[in-house]
Design a protein around this ligand. Sequence first.
Ligand code: SPQ
Length: 430
Amino acid sequence: MKLSHTSSLRGEITVPGDKSISHRSIMLGSIATGKTEISGFLKSADCISTMNAFRAMGIEITEENDIITVNGKGLYGLQAPNETIDCGNSGTTTRILSGILAGQSFETTLTGDESIQKRPMKRVIDPLSEMGASITSVKGNGCAPLNIKPSQLHGTHITTKVASAQVKSAVILAGLYADGETTLTEPSLSRNHTELMLSSFGADIRSGSFEDPTAVIVPGNELHGQKITVPGDISSAAYFIGAGLITPDSEILVKNVGINPTRDGLIRVFKAMNANLELLNVREVAGEKVADILVKTSELKGTEISGDIIPTLIDELPLIAVVATQAEGETVIKDAAELKVKESNRIDLTVNNLKAMGADAEATDDGMIIRGKSELHHAQINTAKDHRIAMSFSIASLINADVQPVDILDAGCVNISYPEFYKDLDSLKK
Ligand code: SPQ
């Protein structure tokens, strides 16, 4: 897709539902008893993979007037699927589902696309095995396909090396099927949507905190279907917030954005960079904090991003790197080696594409350094079919100094998390 620069961005936008919360709403709705009604569900390729996985296990999921209804069958109501479950491009589906499947009385195999089959799964295989699960990488390479056989799970204490909400959620959900209490301590607090939602479904769960990132799940409670309102995804809102900051003469109101403190690192970082950004109408919707975000063109300065804030903005780092090219001075991103094992190696891809556009960017072992301010030029952007790279560089294209457009390869990959992205971006161009 060819994208040209724009003179300004103005108007209001409501971003689609949060991807992480949408996945969890289907998963918990399926293993709860009774109906779960979901409004604001994100109908993107990744969340549809989760829906299809549960449909394949006998769960009826219907849609009417934009409300998704999951007819849950309880903790022990899933049925053996007829074939291997295809998780598509979704790491969230593959990893969290493996925790639920570890507690079932039937055997399953999970796989996904080329990218999924390269992403590390040992991080869920190891803790689930510690709990007594029978889970193996079919090819013996620590990646999907994963084979999961029935076994009795035991409550135990798990300590993880990486802060990962997917690993944490897999362990917590397996913990629902264990014979005692399961605790999980992660190095820093990762997003806590599973904990919040489980609590509203009636589970006996304690969420960790930034001071003590230990979650505790006690099995025994039945889960009950709920009404869920999914807030807008801050990871999708991020593109418009970033765009508003770096495009001249811009003012954008991004409405209904989830600002759970385990996800709001982007806002804290942009404020530290001197962003003209205001949170309006801050409220709570179904246990999640939500706000409208007003953003205006800003004179930005570089910053350091490292430590405990990293898990709270991990998916936004390619976009933050693009924005950093328009900040005076150096932006240093550290402690973010996890970026190498996402849908692509997001450190290398971000830095190579930034350099191709003329920015001063350098990859490091666990992050990157961007020195601003640089004029950006047209280039061909290799996305490796990674939706976050495609959207981040679509934002870079808005300030391309040349007449020639930026060429985003495999631009359709935005379907993974934000099918209407280009249409929404166009609606703001003035
Ligand atoms: O599902 P997937 O492919 O892993 O999605 C990504 C994304 O950019 O959309 C990561 F590539 O988001 C993850 C996120 O990085 C979604 C997620 C979740 O919903 O629990 C947690 C984070 O991953 P992790 O590995 O830190 O648990």
